[in-house]
Design a protein around this ligand. Structure first.
Ligand code: ZN
Length: 435
């Protein structure tokens, strides 16, 4: 039996400010864990990018996955592709010669430890946790064993996004944790409350029920972890979210706006290409694009543009400066409330490939307060019970923290092992949980 393991549970889209008295399971967990109260999302604050950043300990500039939709430089020119589709892995490889540019946890852990991710979000988010199949990936669009052979029959994950699917996935995840003592890292990525938040007003009954349901799944994992610890295992548990959500008050078709203003030849042209990412967008163009100098000040005068960066400043947002990523935009928004008193509103970048009216519903992708603050609690020997740490932390800290727990060297990552931060912040009377 392995003595040490890492277990990660992601409640997709659960905002940090929603975690407290109204979430009793997570509130109780906080009493036996260290809570990091100032954890930042990556940019864009979308699930697929978050998955790659949690898996690699790196920002998009280093790992190369730039959004839920991403511009690729293909032989016919620049084009926007959806990262969510199962085929995207191959499209990215053909356009760039790589899947992710840096190793994932699954790669770093093998052959000593096996990794398994159970995911009920988009295929792209599941597969970019471990795009080269070093470990097990369980997802409704296809489950794969190490080496990439497809898992079929009753072992495949035949579920749907939402509460019922999450519950069944959690049941299997817990069973696996109890039975498979070769697993060094097990990741459970729940579809709620993301699925409901995108379809509801944030804070309404259905959204709150989805948060309740995600907590039930966390509770089941906590119970299994108690059993494993009672067997003598040294478990590092990280429970968090990948990003939060804002309420959408306006939407804009950025491609159409660029055509109207004369910066783009047509909505399907490849001279200037838009990758809409919820409440953010990335613009791509080649070096010979003639309107760059006029485009940048024009963007600054648009009501739908909040912050934007280009050139060397892209690095400040964790992005590369290349044809596929010349300008990054966090759409406009503010701190005002929806009709249920939930703060944080934003514009939405309409995606012509998946047209949806998002007014009044939850979205994310940008850098506003409520979408860019996921929650994070870590429970384990190095993490004092009940301690709250407000030092800024990030999704890129998951991977180094897991490596540190498993006594594997942390190298070439932007994140830091949170054990170090916990040690610095230890208060005299804090208690560590028993092994
Ligand atoms: Zn997400």
């Amino acid at each position: 039996m392995l003595k040490k393991r890492g277990v990660v549970v992601i409640c997709d889209s659960l905002r940090n400010d929603f975690v407290g008295q109204q979430t009793p399971v997570l509130n109780n967990l906080q009493q036996t864990a260290t809570r990091f109260t100032n954890t930042k999302a990556v940019f864009p604050s979308t699930t697929r990018v978050s998955s790659a950043s949690i898996a690699t300990g790196c920002h998009p500039r280093q790992h190369g996955l730039l959004g839920n939709t991403m511009i690729l430089s293909e032989p016919e020119g620049l084009i926007t592709r959806s990262v969510g589709k199962p085929a995207f892995r191959q499209e990215l490889f053909e356009a760039t010669g790589h899947y992710l540019r840096v190793p994932t946890l699954a790669q770093r852990l093998q052959p000593m430890y096996t990794t398994a991710i159970y995911s009920n979000v988009s295929p792209g988010a599941a597969y970019f946790f471990d795009p080269e199949n070093f470990g097990y990936v369980y997802h409704p669009a296809g489950s794969y064993a190490p080496g990439g052979s497809q898992i079929t029959g009753s072992d495949a994950l035949d579920i749907k996004p939402g509460a019922d699917g999450d519950q069944e996935m959690t049941r299997r995840f817990c069973q696996r944790l109890l039975q498979d003592d070769t697993l060094g890292l097990a990741v459970l990525w729940l579809s709620e409350p993301d699925k409901s938040g995108h379809a509801q007003s944030l804070g309404n009954l259905a959204h709150r029920a989805a948060i309740e349901h995600a907590q039930d799944c966390v509770d089941k994992v906590l119970s299994v972890i108690s059993t494993l610890r009672a067997r003598g295992e040294d478990i590092l548990l990280m429970v968090g979210s990948d990003h939060g959500m804002q309420t959408i008050t306006h939407q804009v078709d950025i491609g159409e706006e660029l055509v109207k203003a004369g910066f783009k030849a047509s909505v399907t042209s490849r001279d200037l290409v838009v990758a809409p990412n919820g409440t953010s967008a990335i613009l791509g163009f080649d070096d010979d694009y003639p309107h760059r100098d006029a485009l940048l000040p024009w963007l600054g005068s648009q009501p739908w543009v909040g912050e934007y960066v280009y050139g060397e400043s892209l690095a400040d947002w964790g992005l590369p400066d290349e044809s596929a990523c010349r300008v990054a935009i966090s759409l406009a928004g503010d701190e005002s409330c929806n009709h249920l008193g939930i703060p944080g509103t934003s514009w939405y970048a309409f995606d012509p490939d998946t047209p949806k009216d998002m007014i009044g519903q939850g979205q994310h992708g940008g850098r506003h307060r409520y979408e860019s603050h996921p929650f994070l609690m870590v429970q384990g020997k190095a993490f004092p019970e009940g301690l709250q740490i407000s030092t800024p932390t990030s999704l890129v800290d998951y991977a180094p923290t897991i490596l540190n727990h498993l006594s594997i060297e942390v190298s070439a990552m932007q994140g830091q092992p949170l054990q170090t931060l916990a040690r610095i912040n230890i208060e005299p009377h804090s208690h560590f949980i028993a092994s």
